[in-house]
Design a protein around this ligand. Sequence first.
Ligand SMILES: Cc1cc2nc3c(=O)[nH]c(=O)nc-3n(C[C@H](O)[C@H](O)[C@H](O)COP(=O)(O)OP(=O)(O)OC[C@H]3O[C@@H](n4cnc5c(N)ncnc54)[C@H](O)[C@@H]3O)c2cc1C
Ligand code: HEM
Length: 395
Amino acid sequence: MLSEQSAVTVRATLPAVGASLGEITERFYAGMFAAHPELLRDLFNRGNQAAGTQRRALAGSIAAFATQLLEHPDERPDAMLQRIAHKHASLGVTADQYEIVHEHLFAAIAGVLGDAVTPEVAAAWTEVYWLMANALIAIERRLHEERGGHGWRPWEVVERITETADVVTFRLRPADGGPVRDFRAGQYVSVRVALADGARQIRQYSLSGAPGPDERQFSVKRVHGGPTPDGEVSGHLHARVRAGDVLELSEAYGDLVLDVGADTPLLLASAGIGVTPMTALLAHIAGSGHRAPVTVVHGDRSPADHALRADHEAYAAKLAAGTVHFWYEQDAPAGAYTGYVDLTPVPVAPGTRAYLCGPPPFLRAVREQLMGKGVAPAGIHYEVFGPDLWQAGRG
Ligand SMILES: Cc1cc2nc3c(=O)[nH]c(=O)nc-3n(C[C@H](O)[C@H](O)[C@H](O)COP(=O)(O)OP(=O)(O)OC[C@H]3O[C@@H](n4cnc5c(N)ncnc54)[C@H](O)[C@@H]3O)c2cc1C
Ligand code: HEM
């Protein structure tokens, strides 16, 4: 909890900090990467940095955390902390790196706000920073302990499956022949690859198959450029990685997991490559004797672009009470709808828990429609395949 004196100072300066977040963020990353180029090369996603998409996430989350401390001093924004901690833990962020971020973030704040940053203001925001940092460090430590520590484990690709023109699935086994740790359906792994210029870049990929004893699989959509460059890691995996090659993977992390009983109605909605965690969730639900209705929703450009479609349909067919609703922008076969996902004709049972994954406009539209059908906001869970900027202060 924030001390009373700091709360007064943070409340007074929050508008100024909030209004300058863009500038603070820019200075922060420039300063940190100048002092630690290895962080940009081997830890941060340099595509996100170049595109500017990740930039506001870190400082923005501290402002959101400060707001929460002021408005609900006795609660912690757990959903936000969990999401960040899972991401950090999968990347191997270490406790001592929080000192580096602190140093450069506060230098940026002082540089942008100038004389407004009195010793009192600096002390109050330092308190906010370490409240959040220590909460994250504690969750990250626990996540590592549950997985026997963080490490990059070599996994051999045992099969590469072409799903669609743009999506391939990699099936992998530990190259060291050791046992495979359990994961929870809906989770992702971080994958680290060495690129041609020597950088080691890390990306997350959702595990797209059922949790199994000795294998993992994930499915990668190639990101095509155009006005912007082609995706670095998805391009590398598509162009270079074949059966017999070895990839470095983290253990599985992520908070889009099922925590409901067999009598809770479920709705699983995805669009495009957002299908990956949904097939894992569906495989798990189909094998778990779930009794309540399960509504499966997916939208894609066409049936030929619908990655993992056969799995999607086969797992849904195993459900005791499953219904399937697919939308395609073109070539919709009999039984599917044409156009974008629109839940108007889809019955949603009272008490439904929803799990969503797809691009931000899809998430926004589906969330709104679900709330219109009486689904509680707290019952809507989602994964987004990039920095979580589409909805401030979720959950
Ligand atoms: C939890 C989670 C789970 C995920 N699961 C999956 C999954 O199951 N399957 C999957 O395919 N993906 C998944 N992703 C997305 C994946 O992690 C990568 O983000 C994706 O593969 C793109 O990475 P890339 O290296 O190919 O692209 P990057 O090189 O990171 O590029 C990303 C974008 O930035 C643009 N960019 C790069 N440089 C610039 C520049 N200078 N100016 C402007 N724009 C620029 C690129 O054009 C591209 O559009 C997941 C992400 C998360 C966070
Ligand atoms: C209190 C301190 C910190 C806060 C509040 C914070 C916040 C965040 C947030 C909000 C995200 C985006 C999560 C998402 O939605 O996907 C993120 C991602 C990330 N964070 Fe942190 N972070 C902190 C400290 C650190 C530290 C110490 C490091 C290591 C130097 C670090 C490295 C990263 C990286 C590499 C990513 C992924 C970014 C990308 O791949 O582009 N963070 N962090």
